[in-house]
Design a protein around this ligand. Sequence first.
Ligand code: NDP
Length: 326
Amino acid sequence: MFKAILIEKDEAGYRAGLREIDEGQLPEGDVTVDVAYSTLNYKDGLAITGKGPVVRKFPMVPGIDIAGTVRESRHPDYRSGDRVILNGWGVGETHWGGLAQVARLKGDWLVPLPEAFTPRQAMAIGTAGYTAMLCVIALERHGVTPDKGEIVVTGAAGGVGSTAVALLSGLGYTVVAVSGRPEEAAYLRNLGAAEVLDRAGFSEPGKPLGKERWAGAVDVAGSHTLANICATAKYRGVVTACGLAQGMSLPATVAPFILRGVTLVGIDSVMCPRPERLEAWRRLARDLDPAKLDAMTGEIGLSEVVATAERLMAGQVRGRITVDVN
Ligand code: NDP
């Protein structure tokens, strides 16, 4: 038997709770992992609270991120005792995930735990941090260097946002953090933000074009926020879009793209090809200050997951949360 969060949906409704599960119920897979840590991302919050259609099969063990040790493997790349991590691939959505003491997975989804990190640090980064790194790499690939100007980061006090602020400032960019929580301004400055702006200035319908300001952007909000950032990007600015914390819509015009040559880059972490994942983790090991990572991370146990998921959805969680599943 092992402990896990289980999401069920039946005549009694949609519910998530801590359960004891028989190992015989684990799904198919060629690698069994003893989980050490998982974490809570926005998507886990949607799954656990039922606020978004993340879970595709029931019952489901949520948890899109895993760090742990291989117990048994039929995969040629992994042996018992190997330390591994997993981000995405539909785990916690269509395949039982990491908010559990044991997981059975496809070896092809796993990545060796980078030597620079403990399992807890890898989960402090998690999908949120790895996605922030994918955004930074995309900005670089499109030629955004620190001398080009300011980079705006939305949802800055959240998981992706906090990591993006820390990474970009560490790389020498001037970072403007956008947050709905003025009380987190000192936290954001400590992570490296040069300026903190109220998200109210971004979230309402705006003009097709505004005064040019941003050389680059990391946007977790979508909707009017993303439209306004595109409208105020500098000539040939680059906007990376990874989230929908404000909404799925994109109420924008083509003006920024056809008149200012702005580039909108979509970022997906879930199905991102393995070589790019390995590169993102290599860069995280090189570029993320462990002291800043520590400053942005809190920790909970499995019994606190459901209540913390509610707080995450209410925008009350700062930075990242690791889950010690044991
Ligand atoms: P968090 O909950 O940690 O952070 C989200 C932050 O967004 C909040 O802390 C808040 O920051 C801000 N926010 C909340 N509501 C609104 C709103 N109405 N308008 C504008 N900003 C808002 O989530 P994560 O960092 O884990 O994820 C952020 C987003 O990125 C999510 O939409 C998630 O689905 C997406 N994502 C996408 C991935 C991909 O592969 N494309 C991978 C990982 C995440 P503040 O209080 O500072 O304003």
